[in-house]
Design a protein around this ligand. Structure first.
Ligand code: FUL
Length: 443
């Protein structure tokens, strides 16, 4: 480890002397950098839909349908922590408008239900549980509200801001605010004209560090699918001019890859549910993804330079279902095993202007390479080629790739070789890597 660090710092130093330590293009803020480092966290869809078997509640449900019999947010946070997830983003309010906290701006909340005699507050319980476990928390506050009588009028924008204020000032710090793109009709049959500029400014006034997710950011973007997959070419850059939040976004394939010359740093977050639906439905118990499937998704989300938000919906008891937690623990085991043994840890790294060579003491079997770019200075690598062999004069091609960013995990057929070359065949400015590691992953 020491050696590779030494070698890496030499690589960086070398780059420094040739002026390459400069920023190039848009760069992430320090909050965005911290967000990139989280990599993987839970999403939780919970509310009346959990009990009615709907995905989009109508907003007219009797609040008493919300009746978890053994709700335990400590169990959620404990499992999230044990699963290696860095936090939990919960649907504080989904499209049905039901608030998981007793909001004074709504008459459709936990307070109106018989659960805990109307004295319950899921957001409070979860924020305390996350603090206890040392993980972070985020909130999904659906702008679309199928219950609120004012929805579809300009007053609703003020109500939405007050609702956010209540949440963002009453429960401690959140790392993420999630704005879904759905915008349908409210109880009056009217659609809302959202004032997202005011929403954004207000949210950042209440919590300046919060990362706002929407199709087009401002801080984090959607990846254009709900399968948890980011394109292997993934630019953390996006052009948002001409698009309005809630009223259209760039095409899904653009969201999936970002824009090569995009004006803003807006990293990709891949959302996917561990089950078929976003909410728990008992008949979907047989759709729980296996640890191996989740690992595959991880390789195509985190391994493609973005973050993975994995939905784990609590069941009707108000607990993470044993089926889900078993799959999550398997997933963790597979990840830990895959990355336990960095086979390049004692390697010598030799660099030229546009390549790095990894010299091992002897031939080693590996089938995966992990690369990280120093994204605080921008995303620079466009294309690279990996080759190698046992004779320094005769390298054979192994694989090619595009973009690196926060993290890139590249897989290929097992090689049993001593020397490896990563050749940056196209780059915007001199690449600076902070990690080059090799693994033999069996999955
Ligand atoms: C979408 C919503 O309409 C779904 O119900 C779900 O919350 C998903 C994560 O985002 O926009």
């Amino acid at each position: 480890m020491k050696k590779i660090f030494f070698a890496l710092s030499v690589f960086i130093l070398h780059s420094c002397t040739s002026n390459a330590q400069e920023k190039f293009g848009p760069t992430p803020t320090k909050e965005q950098l911290a967000w990139h480092d989280k990599e993987y966290y839970f999403f939780m869809h919970f509310g009346p839909n959990t009990f009615t078997d709907l995905e989009w509640g109508h907003g007219s449900e009797n609040p008493n349908v919300f009746n978890p019999t053994a709700l335990d947010c400590n169990q959620w946070a404990r499992i999230a922590k044990a699963a290696g997830a860095k936090g939990i983003v919960i649907t504080a309010k989904h499209h049905d408008g039901f608030s998981l906290w007793p909001s004074k701006y709504s008459k459709h909340t936990v307070r109106e239900s018989n659960w805990m005699n109307g004295k319950g507050d899921v957001i409070k319980m979860l924020s305390e549980a996350c603090k206890k476990e040392g993980i972070e928390m985020g909130v999904y506050i659906s702008p679309w509200d199928r219950n609120h009588p004012q929805y579809g009028t300009p007053e609703y924008n003020d109500i939405y801001i007050n609702t956010m204020k209540e949440l963002l000032t009453g429960y401690g710090k959140f790392f993420e605010l999630w704005w879904d793109g759905a915008n349908g009709e409210g109880p009056n049959g009217k659609k809302q004209v959202y004032d997202f500029t005011r929403f954004k400014d207000s949210a950042l006034r209440y919590q300046p560090q919060i990362m706002i997710f929407s199709d087009i950011g401002p801080h984090v973007r959607w990846v254009g699918n709900e399968n948890g997959i980011i394109n292997s070419t993934n630019w953390n850059l996006l052009d948002t001019a001409g698009f309005k939040r809630g009223e259209g976004a760039p095409p899904n394939d653009t969201l999936n890859t970002g824009n090569y010359n995009g004006k803003h740093w807006i990293g990709a977050e891949a959302d996917v549910s561990i089950r078929k639906g976003w909410f728990y439905h008992p008949e979907e118990d047989n759709t729980v993804k296996s640890g191996a499937t989740l690992f595959n998704i991880y390789l195509k989300s985190v391994g493609h330079g973005g973050n993975l938000i994995l939905n784990v919906p609590p069941n009707r008891k108000g607990l993470i279902d044993p089926l889900d937690s078993a799959a999550l623990m398997d997933f963790k085991k597979i990840r830990d095993k895959a990355f336990a043994n960095n086979l390049f840890r004692n390697a010598k790294l030799l660099y030229t202007d546009n390549s790095v060579e990894v010299h091992l003491d002897k031939p080693v079997a590996f089938n995966s390479i992990q690369l990280k770019e120093k994204i605080s200075l921008g995303q620079k690598v466009v294309k690279f080629e990996i080759s190698g062999g046992n004779d320094l004069k005769q390298f054979q091609p192994i694989t090619k790739g595009t973009t690196i960013g926060h993290k890139r995990i590249i897989q290929f057929p097992t090689q049993n070789i001593q020397y490896i070359r990563i050749h940056f065949t196209e780059y915007k400015a001199k690449p600076i890597l902070t990690d080059i590691s090799g693994y033999l992953i069996s999955n």
